[in-house]
Design a protein around this ligand. Structure first.
Ligand code: C5P
Length: 418
């Protein structure tokens, strides 16, 4: 798991070094943020050496802001831990202040927060400190209470930092309570993907379309929209501005994603055209109906007592991603990266390659359907194909496939002339 550890300025700051060691030993990634006063107790370099990551200390760091600003850092984290947490930082958190990097991160981060207070026993017992703690607990923040014993100041009482092992246990139990955390395992690759997608406009078509036959009936398909929603979530977590053009699906919109609901292919096409000029990456994950009913009936069709057959005349729908390919070609190859999907029941790669060419796409994601993979399944096993590369992803859940897809896009971006 990705742990963002805030270290504040108490004598117990040195114990946070051991905490980093224990987290790493347990297989977690740790990035450390130190307040100004914490640096008076322990040098950032010590945390850097133990965590394997540069330590962040400044809210406005010109060298860091371009690639990994505080929002990206907040998104990277699965859990935020502040240990030791001084009376001062507890008060700031309770009031919602954001006057340095750490407190700003707390406000910018929607992940669980664990605080392990450490301070002199009198400071700990102050009613205001206890009120601040209660306020934090009432907001769902996990407090690892301090222990009793000899204190650095020479007094004996309650206020010394909890055992580091207890903080590790609290952190891990908060994480296991998180359902379906969708954070990537390969952090380095993911950090690069974040840098690549930061601030980019990503447009994703998703779900089935419904083509009306009459006011109550339609032609549809089995697309669940899960792959497109997983892509939207992954791209958003990587810092992109994501817009979903969603056919009728009952999935919750991932946090931070803008969603435009449509029903028919034509409506989806109109919505894509309206967004196209501002788009950096267009992913066509929708299962768009190739044909629609030429003239949907205005009233509900009645069963005829003497006709055993009913013929519907279908006409072709616009090919949305094909139109985008056409636009890009007409513009001398300038325009968004175009990623399509090819859901096939046979000759997967061959059909996918043909679509890559005819639709003039940059990448196609071939998707075997019909054998318990693909539509309406939690897992997938995509084959990613460009003119120059092919990559088979091993079967995994769609959240993982989505992240891998974005990582591969980054890997191949030079060839895609992004
Ligand atoms: O032609 P086919 O439907 O197999 O192509 C699949 C790819 O094309 C998908 O990316 C799908 O979202 C996109 N598509 C589209 N508009 C259509 C049909 C398919 O954007 N009318």
């Amino acid at each position: 798991m990705n742990i963002l550890l805030g270290v504040t300025g108490g004598i117990a700051a040195y114990k946070a070094l051991n905490l980093v060691r224990l987290y790493r030993k347990a297989g977690h990634e740790v990035q450390v943020v130190m307040t100004d006063s914490a640096q008076a107790f322990v040098a950032p370099l010590s945390f850097q050496a133990l965590s394997g990551h540069p330590v962040r200390t400044e809210l406005f760091d010109p060298e860091q802001e371009a690639g990994m600003d505080h929002i990206a850092l907040a998104r990277w984290a699965d859990v935020l831990v502040i240990a030791p947490a001084t009376a001062n930082v507890l008060a700031k958190l309770s009031a919602g202040l954001a006057d340095d990097l750490l407190t700003t991160l707390v406000l910018a981060c929607d992940r669980p927060l664990v605080v392990a207070p450490a301070m002199n026993r009198v400071m700990w017992q102050q009613p205001v400190t206890q009120q601040n703690l209660q306020a934090l607990q009432a907001r769902g923040i996990t407090v690892v209470p301090p222990g009793e014993g000899e204190q650095a100041c020479g007094e004996t009482g309650e206020g010394r930092l909890a055992e580091e092992t207890a903080i590790v246990t609290a952190t891990e139990s908060v994480q296991s309570a998180l359902s379906g955390s969708s954070k990537p395992k390969n952090d380095q690759a993911w950090l690069k993907t974040q840098a690549f997608l930061q601030g980019k406009q990503v447009l994703i078509t998703v779900g089935p379309t419904q083509e009306p036959i009459d006011p109550v009936r339609f032609l549809g398909n089995r697309s669940s929209g899960r792959m497109g929603f997983a892509l939207a979530q992954a791209a958003s977590e990587a810092g992109a501005n994501v817009t979903l053009i969603a056919g009728p699906v009952a999935l919750p919109t991932p946090a931070g994603v803008r969603r435009v609901d449509v029903a028919t292919a034509q409506q989806m096409f109109d919505a894509v055209q309206a967004e196209f000029a501002q788009t950096d990456v267009l992913i066509g994950a929708a299962a768009v109906a190739d044909y629609r009913v030429a003239e949907p009936a205005e009233q509900k069709l009645k069963k005829s007592p003497d006709a055993d057959e009913l013929t519907l005349k279908l006409i072709k729908n616009p090919d949305i991603i094909g139109w985008a390919g056409e636009q890009k070609a007409q513009n001398g190859g300038k325009g968004p990266i175009l990623v399509g999907f090819a859901a096939e029941t046979e000759n997967l790669e061959a059909h996918a390659r043909t679509k890559l060419q005819t639709k003039q796409l940059d990448m196609i994601c071939a998707n075997q359907v019909g054998d318990k993979l693909g539509f309406d399944q939690p897992d997938n096993a995509l084959t990613l194909i460009t003119a120059e590369h092919t990559r088979h992803l091993t079967r995994s859940d769609k959240a993982d496939q989505a992240r891998q897809l974005l990582q591969v896009l980054l890997e191949w971006q030079a060839d895609l002339k992004f």
